[in-house]
Ligand binder design. Structure first.
Ligand code: ATP
Ligand code: ZN
Length: 287
């Protein structure tokens, strides 16, 4: 009998491909995804990986061809297919924005009433304009949206942006953010039995990886009379670990701190008398 496996759909090529593969590898799931491969298996986990175009992933998951998948929230919001969003993954961050040519005198969304807007995201954009009570003329085009105004195909565009350099080099100015997006793990609605058990196991690993990425391990030396002040700045997982140094009157303190307020904490620690501060990344953080 064939062993049951969790079937996951990943983007074959493109902006989410590397992040998706790297996440699975950090979860201890290695596989080879050589050029042109459509399917892979892993020696490390009961999983079968399908490499697809990102736009097809919600449909494959909704129809149960794959149990789970990794896709941008933008693709999910555009797709009419319903799936369960299991976890935000923290990569593939971008925003879907409306942009107009530099010479367009833009004040607010009402200025786009009756204008032609080119986008690959007609469903999201129709909802956005309807929600704001503006009637625009939305044209779906499948690629190179940013050149539509310069060739006279549209008055404005709505496209994905991360740095904004593509818009800028095409003479466009970003004027509205329609939605923000990042990669998410999705699952077929009502997934149960063995695939759900495998998903829970994978999710436990993913959460450990994400928690580890959001934190740093910090080691520092401190004179005994400063330990109380320094400890206040270090929440740790429970409380910081302290160990005596060979030099009398000094200890080494170890703790975990969040990436978001990292520099503020380090500044505070220095002011409180910490020395020899070392900061390390964490591979896994099991809670
Ligand atoms: P496919 O061939 O799989 O259909 P694609 O051209 O639609 O690929 P990519 O450009 O690789 O897709 O983008 C995949 C996803 O990466 C987007 O749907 C979005 O969620 C995310 N992303 C992050 N930053 C950007 C960006 N600057 N431009 C476009 N997509 C981005
Ligand atoms: Zn696509």
């Amino acid at each position: 009998m064939k062993e049951p496996k969790l079937k996951i759909a990943l983007q074959k090529q493109g902006r989410l491909a590397d992040g998706s593969t790297a996440l699975l590898k950090k979860c201890g799931i290695g596989f080879s995804n050589g050029f042109g491969k459509l399917r892979a298996e892993s020696e490390d986990f009961p999983i079968e990986i399908y490499f697809l175009r990102d736009d097809d992933i919600p449909e494959y998951v909704a129809d149960g061809v794959a149990d789970i998948g990794i896709v941008g929230e933008n693709v999910l919001a555009e797709s009419p297919k319903r799936v369960e969003t299991v976890e935000k993954l923290g990569f593939g961050r971008c925003r879907l924005s409306v942009a107009v040519p530099k010479n367009f005198e833009y004040r607010d969304l009402a200025d786009l009433a009756g204008k032609r807007i080119a986008t690959s995201y007609p469903n999201i954009l129709n909802r956005y304009f309807a929600g704001n009570g503006v009637a625009a003329d939305i044209h779906e085009i499948s690629g190179s949206v940013e050149i539509a105004p310069s060739i006279g195909l549209a008055d404005a565009v709505c496209d994905l942006v991360s740095s904004g350099s593509t818009l800028f080099s095409n003479g466009l100015t970003e004027v509205e953010t329609v939605m923000r997006s990042e990669a998410v793990l999705i699952a077929k609605q009502g997934l149960d039995g063995t695939p759900r058990e495998f998903l829970d196991k994978l999710l436990f690993r993913i959460r450990s990886v994400l928690a580890a990425q959001a934190n740093k391990y910090i080691l520092l030396n401190a004179p005994l009379d400063k330990v109380a002040d320094i400890t206040k700045l270090l929440p740790g997982m429970k409380s910081p670990t302290t160990m005596p140094l060979a030099e009398p009157g000094w200890v080494s303190i170890h703790s975990v701190i969040g990436e978001s307020d990292f520099w503020e904490v380090v500044d505070g620690l220095k002011r409180a008398g910490a020395e020899g501060i070392l900061v390390l990344s964490i591979d896994q953080m099991i809670r």
